[in-house]
Design a protein around this ligand. Structure first.
Ligand code: 13P
Length: 249
């Protein structure tokens, strides 16, 4: 069975609650699609308001992060059960910006992935190499390690529903997109890694996105590759161009 494409906007730390509603209203008619899952991963403070604004549309609600405990003395954090009750379906875990600026490591991300599943949330697990790692030729090994640790203790049935986003750090927000062949090489390697951990059925079911300077012009070529099941979009998810990415064909 063909995998359904998934295009998710990662708004990062952009849009106040009022601005968020304006953006949703602008994008709503542009992101209508019968064959692509559309997700808006909004700042935590906008989850409830955006949740209201997307009612009755094809847009799914996503978060950009969560903590791996249900409650407790973790000042500033948000729990998976809070997200779940607020209507969130997807949660980005391990974005390279969180790994770099907030020192999240693979072991912590594994805990977050497990907790997300426990609360019925679909993780969008991010992986990706730096420019140095690419030049050193170790990028596939690096990404395989990220995946293997993040998926420890995850069952095959859970993994089948997961989303992995391959985001080369050198392509994020730089305007420098990986070529479709570069992106396909890594997405195929990620699928092969899932096949080795689990089995063919899991590898064929899991969805793998590419992220890094995707726009309405390059989306079609990227998403036409056999192992690229959509994209995780930063800058372009804040503009009307996001509609072109969702309707990339
Ligand atoms: P850009 O699309 O702005 O390069 O960001 C990609 C990204 O980090 C999405 O999570």
């Amino acid at each position: 069975m063909a995998r359904r494409k998934i295009v998710a906007g990662n708004w990062k730390m952009n849009k106040t609650p009022k601005e968020a509603i304006d953006l949703v209203n602008e994008l709503k008619p542009l992101v209508v699609s019968d064959d692509v899952d559309v997700v808006f991963c909004v700042p935590a403070i906008n989850i409830l308001t955006v949740g209201e604004a997307i009612k009755g549309t094809n847009i799914n609600l996503g978060a950009q992060n969560m903590y791996h405990e249900e409650s407790g003395a973790y000042t500033g954090e948000i729990s998976p059960n809070m997200l779940q009750e607020a209507g969130v379906k997807y949660v980005i875990i391990g974005h390279s910006e969180r790994r770099e600026y907030f020192k999240e490591d693979d072991e912590m991300l594994n805990k977050k992935v497990l907790k997300a599943f426990e609360h019925g949330l679909t993780p969008i697990l991010c992986c990706g190499e730096s420019l140095t790692q690419r030049k050193q030729g170790i990028y596939i090994d690096w990404i395989r390690m990220q995946i293997k640790i993040a998926f420890q203790g995850v069952t095959a049935d859970q993994a089948k529903t997961a989303v992995i986003a391959y985001e080369p750090i050198w392509a994020i927000g730089t305007g420098e997109t990986a070529t479709s062949d570069q992106a396909e090489e890594v997405c195929a390697a990620v699928r092969q890694c899932i096949r080795e951990i689990y089995d063919d059925a899991t590898a064929e079911a899991i969805r793998i996105q590419y992220g890094g300077s995707v726009n309405g012009k390059n989306a079609n070529e990227l998403f036409s590759k056999p192992n690229i099941d959509g994209g995780l979009i930063g800058g372009a998810s804040l503009k009307a161009d996001f509609g072109n990415i969702v309707n990339y064909k």
